[in-house]
Design a protein around this ligand. Structure first.
Ligand SMILES: Cc1cc2nc3c(=O)[nH]c(=O)nc-3n(C[C@H](O)[C@H](O)[C@H](O)COP(=O)(O)O)c2cc1C
Ligand code: SF4
Length: 456
């Protein structure tokens, strides 16, 4: 018997009853007007409080520029009316790509990004009379780097006895040097300058989901200036933020971070996690990090948690059905959703005027806007984010604004098929609600992954 349950709520009463039974801190409110509030972000203003969260499609051109599938995805977002589009993971160095077709902005392909941003802006302006704010997520995939083919090429800041075997790392495998880490500062700066030139309103120094900077924050066992103490573990991250701020030298350019408040990973390898019980959240360092990020120049935050590559992906994205090899959690998804909401609430309290964007709403399906409105109304966050829901239902913001509701038949069903495509090394999207494009791709990549597995 597990506490997990699939979504089966039809009415407000159904879901409110379960929320009450579980004692989950989730509130629903029928007044959806907070979602249409404008949000001040530094010197700029988002036209409403709905964000498309970064959702990588693993489908750029080999040079990192937007492919036709990428273009299609962002044009669908444009026609959906969100006030902020947080563009997906974009590698700052080739060896730090998470897949062969990860987005990468370089001076040779900048015009392709410029063109897509202006197309998105035109579409959004034509339909809604406003354009979204654009943030580009800058990343180094660290332990999860796989820049070519199907073989991982991890770049690790420390050994981790739980995670190492999962990507074939032995004790002899080298950890990256301080010199290598230091050299990344200018790579992030170069990418940020290019992003500004391409028309992005800001960049995100990605420190989430156990990619390189996220893992560094938890590198208690690393020696030298990037490991051990909090000051050392956060050094590279904060140096990058400060260096971008100095190089850009423009207060209207947004420097932001999507960061993990909680890794749900055992000590001494997890950030924000209890020494005795790694599922206990210990807020001291995450909250200190918020102060430090703001001091360094961050004017927008988005928080997440967990490691989607490990066996507790519900900490990042509560689901009905897991991807292959992932156990069904002994936790009700409403509790997983409430945990993410609570993290955002805490971070927003700490961040004060700096807007914080929450995540983990997709499991709520058609009740998403009501939970979002309640969180916005009571100050638990400044904006709300759509992750998987954006793949499944890119028009969701428009339906919320124009019809006052979301259609159950268009909602994400948290089935993890988009994740499965990523795990199978394919180009991802929603095989359920965008089936004409992605159902055949899902089947193709599944079959290819099976063949690779059998050939081992
Ligand atoms: C297929 C897929 C791709 C994702 N890509 C990114 C990404 O590029 N950057 C990022 O920070 N999070 C990424 N995420 C996490 C989402 O942004 C989001 O935090 C998560 O799905 C929870 O929100 P939701 O419940 O609305 O889906 C991805 C998630 C999925 C399922
Ligand atoms: S495949 Fe579609 S329905 Fe399933 S989790 Fe992903 S976005 Fe949601």
């Amino acid at each position: 018997m597990t506490n997990h349950e699939k979504f089966n709520f039809k009415t407000f009463e159904d879901i409110n009853t379960r929320i009450a039974e579980l004692g989950a801190k989730i509130r629903l409110q029928e007044d959806l007007s907070p979602l249409q509030r404008k949000v001040k972000i530094g010197a700029l203003e988002a036209p409403n409080a709905v964000t498309i969260l970064p959702m990588e499609g693993c489908d750029s051109e080999p040079d990192g520029s937007p492919s036709e599938l990428v273009r299609r995805r962002y044009m669908r977002y444009a026609a959906g009316g969100a006030g902020l589009i947080w563009w997906e993971a974009c590698a700052v160095v080739p060896e730090g790509k998470a897949n062969e077709l990860q987005m990468m902005l370089v001076k040779e392909n900048i015009t392709a990004f410029e063109k897509l941003i202006s197309e998105v802006n035109k579409t959004s302006s034509d339909i809604f009379g406003y354009r979204p704010i654009h943030i580009l997520q800058l990343t180094h995939s660290g332990r999860y780097s796989r820049p070519a083919g199907h073989k991982p090429t991890p770049i690790i800041p420390q050994h981790d006895p739980i995670l190492d075997p999962r990507v074939g790392i032995t004790d002899e495998y080298p950890i990256c040097t301080d010199e290598y880490l230091e050299s990344l500062v200018e790579k992030f700066v170069e990418a940020a300058l290019l992003a500004k030139k391409a028309g992005f309103d800001g960049v995100d120094v990605k420190a989430v989901h156990r990619y390189l900077i996220s893992e560094l924050l938890a590198s208690f066992t690393r020696e030298g200036k990037y490991g051990g103490s909090f000051e050392n573990r956060s050094r590279l991250f904060l140096d990058i933020i400060r260096a971008i701020k100095q190089a850009v030298n423009d207060d209207s350019f947004i420097i932001s971070s999507r960061f993990n408040v909680f890794d749900a990973h055992p000590f001494p390898y997890g950030f924000g996690a209890g020494e005795e019980n790694f599922m206990d959240f210990v807020p001291d360092e995450p909250l200190l990090l918020v102060d430090k990020m703001i001091e360094a120049g961050v004017t927008l935050l988005s928080n997440s948690a967990g490691n989607p590559y490990y066996i507790y992906p519900q900490v990042t994205r509560p689901f009905d059905t897991s991807s292959m090899g992932i156990p069904v959690p002994d936790e009700h998804p409403l509790i997983s959703v409430a945990r993410l909401f609570e993290f955002t609430r805490l971070i927003q309290q700490k961040a004060g005027d700096v807007p914080v964007i929450g995540s983990g709403y997709s499991w709520l399906r058609q009740f998403l806007p009501y939970a979002a409105a309640a969180n916005l109304a009571d100050g638990s966050c400044s904006m709300i984010g759509l992750g998987r829901m954006a793949f499944a239902y890119p028009d969701a913001p428009r339906d919320i604004f124009e019809k006052g509701r979301m259609e159950p038949s268009k909602c994400c069903i948290a089935c993890s098929k988009c994740t499965q495509i990523m795990r199978d090394h394919g180009k991802t999207g929603c095989p359920i609600r965008d089936a004409a494009v992605y159902a055949p791709l899902f089947r193709k990549y599944r079959a290819e992954a099976d063949m690779r597995e059998k050939a081992k």
